[in-house]
Write a protein that binds this ligand. Sequence first.
Ligand SMILES: [Zn+2]
Length: 407
Amino acid sequence: MEEPMNGMKPQDQSDIRYNNTKMILNIIKAAHGIARSDLAKLTGMSATSMTRIVNELLELNLVQETSFSSGGIGRKSILLEIKKDVFYVVGIDFAERDISVCVMDFSGAVIGKKVISRTTASSLKIEEMIRFIYQNYQKLLQEFKVKEELVAAIGVGAIGSIDREKGLVRYEELTHTHNIPIKELIESVFKRPAFIDNDIKCAIVAENTFGEVPNLDDVVMLSFGRGVGSAIINRGRIVRGCTNTAGEIGHTIVDFSDGRLCICGRRGCLSSYLMEENIIEEARKSNSSICSIADIMECYEKNFLWAISLVDRITNYMTIAINNAVNYLNPRNLVLGGKLINDNPILYDMALKKYSGMISFSTLHPTTHISPSKLSRDAVCIGGALVAQEKHMLKMIKMPNEFIESR
Ligand SMILES: [Zn+2]
């Protein structure tokens, strides 16, 4: 249970009840079937409190009881397990090139996923794009035999500065678009509550749930995508800053005097050296036929000197990002993800080797465990679905009568 800290709102009774309920649900989920007696031991809760919560979860249909023979003639044990199909949620990764849509059941399993190329839909206005996503989502539901009425909520991960309350992308740097009302547009087409957050903040939720070392209180994710971004979980909560843009490590300045122009309008930002188009532009100075990072990596594999030099520079800037994140935030765990790394594991290896080889008198470095993203390109989509699941679960647990009476 999280203790109130200075400057943080103390938890009220309904928060405590929700956290206890969530803890019980997580244990039941992880155990794939558990007896009430074992549940009581694991939670350390009183039998009365635990029974009250379990009964409410049974009433809400979030868990079910199954009996099985436990040895000895006629001996039956009752286990509690998650009711996987009680409701489904949808995650959408509103990425720059591809839009991924996934459907998740209540156990957290991804039932199905579709990837929509934005080049196919590039001529569409945002409203048409949402309808196009909806059509693909309906096909996905049909394909995996999920009834649309069982879909409870939609979670969206999008690039840029996000106003979660209003459901807006305040500013999308790549296309220089202001105030895109994603939540409103999705809700009007999907007819379901929608929740939106920054893509890397969604990804860290997914990595922290299903990644290499799940359920950590203290983790940072660095994402090397088209530029660089990060997300921070501290004491089990996402660090958001005052406008939900904490973690924009890509716009930390690494070259003040004569830096490269960044999409934010300043010079010398870290992202400007790792932006995909800038890397390609650099490569084209040596070989005008280069069109992609894959082309550069192919030339690197063939030992072209210019490609070796460029990859060296790319991994230098990646190492700067890792070093700055570790020193500034001192996380216990650092997850490295994003398209650049997901598609080119060699860059991960090189950056990590450089980072490990840096001369350091600091005692901070060895305490941070660094690992690659486990969910890779699915992290944002899965994170979006988890955000939606959490929001719907919160509503069910805080207002149970609405859901019990509706059945
Ligand atoms: Zn910038």
